[in-house]
Design a binder for this molecule. Sequence first.
Ligand code: SAM
Length: 446
Amino acid sequence: MPDGDECFLPPSLEASIARSQTASAPVPKVAAGYAQSGNQQVLPPTSGSSGAAQYPHVLPDGAHEHHAHGPHGCCHGDHGEDEEDAHYKEVCYSLLSYAEDAASELMTIAETFHIPDPRDQAMMKLKVDDLMNEMKQCIVVNDHFLKMLVLSDLDAQDYWQMPPDHQVQERNSMKARTVLRQFVRDWGDEGAQERDVQYGCLLDALERYVPKNARPSGGKPRVLAPGSGLSRLPFECARRGYAAQGNEFSYHMLQGCKWVLNETDREKSHVIYPFVLNLENRRNALDHVRPVAIPDVCPSRILCPPGVDPNPEDFSMCAGEFINVYEDQIAEWDAVLTCFFLDTAKNVFLYIRTIADIIRPGGLWANFGPLLYHYAEQPDQISIELSWEEVKPEIQKYFDFKEEDFREALYTTNPKGMYRTRYLCIYFAAIRNDVETEGESFPVYD
Ligand SMILES: C[S@@+](CC[C@H](N)C(=O)[O-])C[C@H]1O[C@@H](n2cnc3c(N)ncnc32)[C@H](O)[C@@H]1O
């Protein structure tokens, strides 16, 4: 495999999907497989047991198959194969073991709720036992959903059964819960406000600065969305007629992408309860047990309506660490859209230089996000936390700013809750000039 680049195209497994709350009518699968970037080699779909289009693994000649996962449940590709597999396994197990994780938290909640005097308990809207039962039901549904993300994926079949003595690390259990909230942001009605503000301005910039006939050689303009989470942003690019690719290195996110892109067959086919364990800051007593139906739109129906074959060139997800995957794709992209991604850098200069390298002169970089710096709180990690005043001139070396302002934004916020973190995000749209990049940085992951 090329460094950090595992691209895999998941087959479907209808049987395990039946475990969730859905009746499914088969529709053609979207072309959102996991396309190989770098040594691009995209194979046509093969016909699988379900009769729907399925994708084989896509590997360059001579490559051997492995799961590329780094030490934080991410596929960095710079780690030994055993280490990578161990992390992939751990991520799968964290999704499979949500029920146990949630049950232990529910037990703690139940204990505290039982403490008040019965007269105080009578003031509660639901009897404690009824509330706990309600929450238990929600947890069962969430559990089926998260299990399905693993059990619907033949690539993960070695890890469909968690050994009874396996202990999932707490941070991975937390990430499994995060997947539920991320589904609200990307594929729930309740996430529409976040998406409209944040993805909306990037998509508007794309349509204004990169018209669909922008490619001198013809064909759809190529748009990359690095760190695309559950893939809504690249999906929206493809929906608007661009050749879009998402990139992600978190296997928690990638399992979610595989399911939503390749396994859903209609909108609102599934229900999750993303807030069930969040009792703080509720306005109404049952807010935390409200269902969220996903996906709000069905990607395969939109990109691949009946009679249209999936085309991996029109839409794909590429798994791997951004720098490792794309650093050699010089001037291959017409646009890069980054949302809440720039500050995932350990060294932001390396991100900027790589983005400048891969966008052709005249191409667009549109960005929306804060400078929270994801590794800032981790003492054992490199994290260079620069201000916007310092970051902007480095971008201006290679890009001409067309638009720039600060905008308020929420991120995976519970819209019904009484608490929210509001970021002041930098939005910009900038056009690549023809200045060659200079300088070198240490690798982001070593
Ligand atoms: C804050 S989230 C934003 C996700 C999505 N863009 C959104 O707006 O909801 C950042 C995402 O970038 C991914 N990520 C961070 N560093 C990355 C890297 N070096 N290469 C690929 N993905 C990365 C993370 O796994 C995470 O899903």
